[in-house]
Design a protein around this ligand. Structure first.
Ligand SMILES: [Zn+2]
Length: 334
């Protein structure tokens, strides 16, 4: 019976491929499926073969599990609105305010202002984007497809007048505030005065290799957070734009050493950091090659009013971090 059925099927396939299309329906026994019925019922062995392969291969089983975790995370991201229709990833933000003075206890309005600056800068809709020199317009990031949404603000008073970069502000036991689930939320700590080796520090951030660790996030000095009441010339909210850039794996544009490498090919090599408000064009020479440098990039050290762009290469690095396979994929899952 089986052989006969197989034979009929083979004959059917041959017939199907035969342009002469000779009908052999009359040859099929009455109690057997007709040839046309046999090919009308689709058969597919993929899942059976997969299950057999998974049974015998531990590495494949692991790959299968990873695949399904990634798929589930992506689906959750879509469900909770963390991945918007155009592919934008919306990062939930928790702002932790640790204050001694009233001025350090930044208002809700100022926090909203800071989130708005992040959203403008990361979407390329900042009003000063019009100042991007035409030389760099073609490598401007435009919309990085990363957005930010404030989900909670936690406040705590302190008697401390100054903080260092030793992460004490991230420990409740040291007078700080413990991070809110840093795998799933961008934690920003706002503190008063902050110094390192005698110098005032505007802020600092962890890079993506620290994703989910207790100290993961961004710290910003209150005078440089938001706009209203902030301290010029760092009063346009760009310290957060810069620090979140590090959080999403961007390096300083000069590569942190003379004529260094920031691992982005569309940012011209430059000798070192720029400060203040440089005048365009500004030329640097590295390895005998003179280049007009992109000092208006958020990852340089210029004043808030002098920085107004990311590059396309920087966008790619940030996108890779928030992708479902990225180090910060957790930011799209509650
Ligand atoms: Zn930096």
């Amino acid at each position: 019976m089986k052989k006969l059925f197989f034979g009929a099927l083979m004959l059917g396939l041959m017939t199907a491929c035969n342009t002469d299309n000779v009908s052999n329906q009359n040859e099929a026994p009455a109690d057997e499926p007709t040839v046309s019925a046999a090919i009308a019922q689709r058969g597919c062995a993929s899942e059976e073969i997969r299950q057999e392969a998974l049974k015998n291969n531990a590495e494949l089983r692991q790959r299968f599990t990873d695949l399904e975790i990634n798929t589930e995370n992506f689906a959750k991201g879509v469900k909770f609105g963390k991945v918007l229709a155009d592919g934008t990833v919306e990062i939930p933000v928790v702002v932790n305010v640790i204050y001694k003075t009233t001025a350090e206890n930044v208002t809700d309005a100022r926090i909203a202002e800071q989130i708005a600056v992040l959203n403008a800068d990361y979407s390329g809709t900042n009003s000063d984007a019009s100042k991007i020199p035409s030389e760099f317009a073609s490598v401007s990031s435009g919309d990085t497809k990363v957005k930010f949404r404030l989900v909670n603000t936690i406040r705590k008073s302190t008697s401390k007048t100054s903080w260092s970069t030793n992460d004490d502000m991230k420990k409740a036991s040291k007078g700080g505030i413990d991070a809110t689930n840093p795998t799933n939320y961008l934690n920003i700590w706002v503190v008063g005065k902050m110094t390192s080796q005698g110098r005032t520090i505007l802020g600092y951030a962890t890079f993506p290799e620290s994703a989910g660790l207790w100290n993961d996030g961004v710290v910003i000095g209150a005078p440089y957070f938001g706009k209203t009441g902030a301290s010029a010339p760092f009063n346009l909210g760009r310290t957060a734009t810069h620090e979140v850039g590090h959080y999403l794996n961007l390096r300083h544009i000069w590569g942190d050493t003379n004529c260094g490498n920031d691992l982005v090919s569309d940012t011209p090599t430059q000798t070192t950091a720029n400060y203040g408000k440089p005048t365009y064009p500004l030329y640097n020479t590295c390895s005998g090659v003179q280049r007009s440098v992109m000092f208006m990039n958020y990852m340089d050290y210029v004043d808030d009013g002098a920085m107004f762009m990311f590059s396309a290469g920087q966008k790619t690095r940030m996108q890779s971090v928030v992708a479902t396979t990225g180090a910060r994929a957790g930011l799209r899952v509650y």
